[in-house]
Design a protein around this ligand. Structure first.
Ligand SMILES: Nc1nc2c(ncn2[C@@H]2O[C@H](COP(=O)(O)OP(=O)(O)OP(=O)(O)O)[C@@H](O)[C@H]2O)c(=O)[nH]1
Ligand SMILES: [Mg+2]
Length: 200
């Protein structure tokens, strides 16, 4: 499947600044977990979303649109320790307010670092989503960073930490393209994108 047809539309500092949407998917996760990199991999575009070695790069609600009027939002990362408490609290509020109030939101991808996750802040986020019955899918990132001999164990530990079945965790690598096609099909369905022509 080809890259998802996503175009940058706007960066909003609050939910009210986002456009009308027929259906929206959000990408959430700790700072530096690989949200923006994953988005670029899904779209098969190098610089669609800005990525950085410095955590805390994405601070606004970055909105991308599709040709069918649906949208995808790259959220600010949570749990970044190196900014002031106030700043962290303000990003966190913005993100939770968005998740709790954004009407077109049909799915949140909760990214967990495949090498180290889930952390306490990941588990907090997961509990918060579950409490509110918000639809979410756990996506583990950075598959390429874990040695193949360790992956089964890592998958089991990650799933146990998230209290889900190991088989339900999709583990991707934005860098190597691992399982990106599978995630693309899932996101395409949520975003109501037409099936690609056979053979493409
Ligand atoms: N090895 C490897 N590194 C990755 C992968 N995905 C992301 N990274 C690296 O992880 C770092 C953070 O990636 P970003 O995509 O900017 O992370 P983010 O979650 O958007 O971070 P914030 O915007 O700060 O919340 C960068 O140095 C990326 O190159 C991956 O699949 N494999
Ligand atoms: Mg980012």
């Amino acid at each position: 499947m080809a890259g998802l047809p996503l175009t940058f539309l706007t960066s909003a500092d609050r939910v009210g600044g986002l456009p009308h949407s027929a259906a929206e998917v959000a990408v959430a996760g700790r700072s530096n977990v690989g949200k923006s990199s994953l988005l670029n991999a899904l779209a098969d575009q190098k610089d669609l979303a800005r990525t950085s070695k410095t955590p805390g790069r994405t601070q606004l609600l970055n909105c991308f649109t599709t040709p069918v009027g649906t949208t995808l939002v790259d959220l600010p990362g949570f749990g970044y320790a190196k900014v002031s408490k106030e700043k962290r609290a303000s990003w966190d509020r913005r993100m939770r307010h968005y998740l709790a109030s954004r009407e077109p939101l049909v799915m949140t991808l909760l990214l967990v670092d495949g090498e180290i996750g889930p952390t306490g802040s990941d588990r907090d986020m997961l509990a918060w989503l579950r409490e509110r019955d918000l639809p979410h899918t756990i996506v583990a990132t950075k598959h390429d960073k874990v040695r193949s001999s360790r992956r089964d164990r890592r998958r089991r530990d990650l799933a146990a930490g998230c209290e889900v079945d190991p088989r339900s965790v999709l583990w991707v690598s934005a860098q190597r393209g691992v399982n990106i096609d599978q995630l693309r099909s899932m996101v395409a369905r949520w975003l109501k994108l037409p099936d690609p022509p056979a053979g493409s």
